[in-house]
Design a protein around this ligand. Sequence first.
Ligand SMILES: *Cc1c(COP(=O)(O)O)cnc(C)c1O
Length: 360
Amino acid sequence: MARVYNFSAGPAVLPEEVLMEAAAEMLDYNGTGMGVMEMSHRSKAYQQIIDEAEADLRDLMGIPDNYKVLFLQGGASQQFAMIPMNLMKNGVADYIITGQWAKKAYEEAKKYGTANAVASSADKTFSYIPDCSDLPISENADYVYICENNTIYGTKFHKLPNTKGKLLVSDVSSCFLSEPIDVTKYGMVYGGVQKNIGPAGVVIAIIREDLITDDVFPGTPTMLKYKIHADNGSMYNTPPAYGIYICGKVFKWLKKMGGLEAMKVHNEKKAKILYDFLDSSKLFKGTVRAEDRSLMNVPFVTGNEELDAEFVKAATAAGFVNLKGHRTVGGMRASIYNAMPIEGVEKLVAFMKDFEASHT
Ligand SMILES: *Cc1c(COP(=O)(O)O)cnc(C)c1O
């Protein structure tokens, strides 16, 4: 078996320990004589899996009792519609456009009401987070929407916007569980798990209870109502059962690693190795304004597309894979999620130094 250092933006690297445990339980989960994939979601064994997953997540994030945790399907992209359908009670919401995912959410919201773009960093290819201290927040806005960590561009809101008392809704897909957050600052936090937590197919939505009502956009399909999922413990229909099981294992792994405070320290240390190198390199340079840099996704370029391609090819051959930047921005991007070990980043930087020495 040869494992590579996988810098994919998502689906992405998972903790080896979790994968090995899942492999060991593939044929017989906990004496049931069957694997989790083969198990009724109505069974006692499965109920315990999902209950423990929720309890561990609540514990990790310090989720207050007045927030529901929902395990949903449809990817983060389905939330782009579910959010306005369920939360636009006045039919108005404000969006901060910091990249493609925020823009897609904004475009989708327009179908269900008035969506206003109140700030954007499109002018500089989304390489920074706009000043959000005094935005023209709409008086009747139901919520202000952000994409907290911009996977494609490598920016992160290190300070939440001033929503002037309006609810904050945040897509945390690519920074989920990378550091502690104060859930009470949000009306809703959600993310697809395939970036930093588990297998594609699960979306976790953490929503303040009072926002989950039957007052939804007319004609909203049953499956797209938060209330139906909340009332049924995320089991109105068959949930993404195996995916939730793996998420649960990752939650336990994170607790064992010391929780989110410890992950933050670990992630800052890892990212610093790469950013320090980029700041001192004669060949490579980061593309994001320093104060807005993400700890999870690190885009960089040489300034020469052919050299970028040569680097990606050489890196792949050396076991550093999925470093090609997003198809819309080019260059390189190293995604260094929770499960990327520090050695992976150290070895990547050593490889970049060698490449630089032979190409300058
Ligand atoms: C990947 C990603 C999405 C889209 O996720 P899907 O599950 O493919 O719909 C949305 N937002 C962010 C921040 C992402 O990184």
